[in-house]
Design a protein around this ligand. Structure first.
Ligand code: NAD
Ligand code: MG
Length: 404
């Protein structure tokens, strides 16, 4: 295509929700790289953070967004000071972050962690933006609502999560009936080979030390419990029209194959790469084109072997809970997600033992189950109500464990 000589092919107005996190920082790094090589002509509409004033201000000085929002309203004055008179609109508080999604950008990176990212992402979906989705909890919590909004308003969902991005690259959306299986690969996390008695004593520092990926604290703990793969199962069931019973989880400790699609004729297509989030981010940024990244290339001879094993359901009960949640549908996934967020935060604060994360999730799951039928999720309000209820039950269960 000779047009490539005529200047940047990628003209985008971009918002990064959660710009100070691991995915957010990688996103801005990739944009910087693409801009510096003349590959992209990017205007930044909005950047948001929860509390990291210093980094948000530094990013604002470098990327000159029209709008910045800080979730923690008590940090507003500090943000104004740190911005030192920079010409930018400033918002503070939850609504200000939600507003960032509603502002005019054609590509929105959803990289807030947890259910807190749901409203701004939904606001972007309602404008018909292309949504690069890292924030898997959004789909876990209210997948039907988010996917319906994207379809109704003519937007696109571009998965950033490496497994879903891999599948997205090789999935035949025109003939989903010709897909026989999705294989979601999992590294197995830092405790893949640990005995259960050792896992019982695991510390937050051990849990966040992921063998292959460098990520935020919450998703790192989710990888250690394997709840991350459970949430990804639910995420995949919303993105790919195939049915959760055809989605399998396979442990692949090298994290080279990011996931696979098997077709009815027995062919298996996979996407491979080094464990660097800038690769899936670049794929969503340039989609349906491609753009170079500074990421390391796979050295197959150095990797030498790729190994696989079945996940251990006994040591990682989160996988069973997630499977049950997706089977039952309705408010179950939202309740499971909320319970997990509360339990992981308590574990990171040193107030809950590692194996009790899944125990709290199971308790909430059963409790919510007693009061809810297996209906399809009908509204955002229903998901949010389940989220609030599950957080309360999880908090009570954690307090009871601490008192015991
Ligand atoms: P992180 O903790 O490093 O960053 C989270 C971002 O969200 C930060 O900018 C933070 O300020 C913001 N945030 C947190 N709580 C908020 C709140 N209540 N209101 C507003 N903003 C808030 O997390 P991360 O590792 O970058 O992960 C982000 C999302 O991407 C998660 O959903 C995670 O599961 C998913 N993901 C991450 C990776 C990875 O490599 N890190 C890979 C795949 C998927
Ligand atoms: Mg993933």
């Amino acid at each position: 295509m000779s047009g490539r000589d005529a200047g940047p092919q990628l003209r985008r107005r971009v918002t990064v929700l959660g710009s100070t996190g691991s995915v957010g920082v990688n996103t801005l790094d990739l944009i910087d790289f693409a801009r510096s090589r003349g590959e992209a002509d990017v205007e930044i509409e909005a950047l948001t953070a929860n509390s990291n004033v210093a980094l948000l201000a530094e990013q604002a000085r470098k990327f000159r967004p029209r709008y910045v929002a800080i979730g923690d309203a008590s940090k507003k004055e500090a943000l104004i000071d740190a911005l030192g008179g920079l010409d930018v609109e400033i918002g503070a508080g939850t609504e200000a972050v939600d507003e960032a999604g509603a502002r005019d950008a054609d590509w929105v990176m959803a990289a807030i962690v947890g259910a807190a990212g749901l409203k701004p992402t939904l606001n972007a979906a309602k404008r018909g933006a292309a949504i690069a989705l890292a924030n898997k909890e959004c789909l876990v919590c209210a997948g039907d609502v988010v996917m319906d909004a994207i379809a109704k308003h003519g937007g696109a969902l571009l998965p950033v999560d490496s497994e879903h991005n891999a599948i997205f690259q090789v999935f035949d959306f025109e003939r989903p009936d010709r897909v026989s299986r999705l294989i979601l690969t999992a590294s197995g996390g830092p405790f893949r080979t640990w005995a259960k008695a050792d896992m019982a004593k695991a510390t937050p520092a051990q849990a966040v030390a992921h063998p292959n990926w460098s990520m935020g604290a919450k998703i790192s703990v989710d990888s250690a419990t394997m709840m991350n793969k459970g949430l990804e199962l639910i995420e995949a069931s919303h993105i790919f029209p195939i049915g959760h019973e055809k989605i399998e989880i396979l442990v692949h400790p090298q994290s080279v194959i990011h996931s696979m699609v098997e077709y009815v004729d027995g062919s298996v297509l996979a996407q491979l790469g080094t464990p660097d989030m800038r690769i899936p981010i670049a794929s969503t940024f340039a989609w349906p084109d491609r753009t170079p990244t500074p990421s390391a290339r796979l050295d197959f001879a150095a990797v030498a072997q790729l190994t696989f094993e079945a996940p251990d359901a006994e040591r990682f009960p989160s996988l069973r809970l997630a499977r049950e949640a997706v089977q039952r549908g309705g408010v179950y996934p939202a309740a499971l997600n909320a319970a997990n967020e509360v339990a992981v935060a308590s574990f990171l604060a040193g107030k809950l033992k590692f194996l009790d994360i899944a125990a709290v999730c199971e308790h909430v799951f059963n409790d919510v189950g007693r009061r809810n039928g297996p209906e399809k999720l009908s509204s955002l309000e229903e998901a949010m109500a389940a989220d609030v209820e599950a957080r309360r039950i999880a908090g009570d269960a954690i307090a009871a464990k601490a008192a015991a």
